[in-house]
Design a protein around this ligand. Structure first.
Ligand SMILES: CC(C)(COP(=O)(O)OP(=O)(O)OC[C@H]1O[C@@H](n2cnc3c(N)ncnc32)[C@H](O)[C@@H]1OP(=O)(O)O)[C@@H](O)C(=O)NCCC(=O)NCCS
Length: 199
């Protein structure tokens, strides 16, 4: 009986947060995706275009994912930018900031507290920062079936090939091929996902 009550309670919470997120999407002109599950409050800013595929799950609180989510997921598409999230992709407490183009494929797993920035936010040169000049931006592509471990950061211009795995805490500054386990700061290929270490 208690497990039934807990089940109903959890379903009600899932319904509430998913409904709230759907209202947020609708108010910002984002098409409503099918099978969209949201747990906890979602951060959303859509001055540009956000496209969300089918059966996407977004978790925004440690209450719903005990891996230790530090903050709600932020989905941001600036003016003229396009953020695309493919079908059956799961996101836990990520900050996805798109000022150019970010394309996330199908069946991608984005672990707790990842950051995906296609912009540096500020120029490297201090005088350009003072003058509020634009900074570097470049598109990011995360192909199908990629898994990003906890706390991974993906920076501008990076493509991660299909089925690759990025180790927890890595900072990815350059392209990673497909079927590759990569990690470190900056991330380097370590071994094929189904093979031995490169070294
Ligand atoms: C620091 C930064 C602005 C430099 O950008 P850049 O001048 O275009 O630098 P590059 O991409 O050419 O990288 C230069 C080298 O530093 C390495 N590198 C860059 N960022 C790195 C990081 N965070 N950790 C480790 N190495 C890094 C690159 O791999 C590259 O190595 P290489 O010379 O062996 O090829 C950028 O890497 C960055 O961190 N951007 C995000 C800034 C941010 O956090 N903004 C949000 C908060 S305000």
């Amino acid at each position: 009986m208690i497990s039934y009550i807990v089940y109903i309670y959890n379903r009600a919470i899932q319904w509430y947060w998913s409904f709230r997120a759907r209202v947020q999407l609708r108010l910002r002109g984002v098409s409503l995706p099918r099978g969209f599950v949201v747990l906890g409050p979602l951060g959303l800013s859509a001055r540009g275009r956000i496209v969300i595929g089918e059966n996407v799950t977004i978790v925004n609180s440690s209450r719903f994912n005990r891996a230790g989510i530090n903050h709600p997921t932020q989905l941001v598409a600036g003016q003229g930018a396009t953020l695309t999230i493919g079908d059956n992709t799961g996101i836990s407490g990520a900050a996805i900031f798109c000022s150019n183009s970010i394309t996330i494929g199908n069946h991608v797993l984005i672990g707790a507290n990842c950051r995906i920035y296609d912009t540096d936010f500020h120029p490297v040169d201090f005088m350009e920062r003072r003058r509020r000049r634009p900074c570097s931006t470049a598109p990011i592509i995360i192909e199908d079936d990629v898994w990003l471990g906890e706390g991974v950061t993906i920076l501008k211009g990076v493509t991660i090939g299909a089925r690759s795995v990025i180790a927890a805490g890595s900072v990815v500054t350059k392209n990673i091929g497909s079927d590759t386990l990569a990690g470190g700061m900056p991330a380097r290929p370590i071994r094929p996902v189904n093979g031995r270490n490169v070294a």
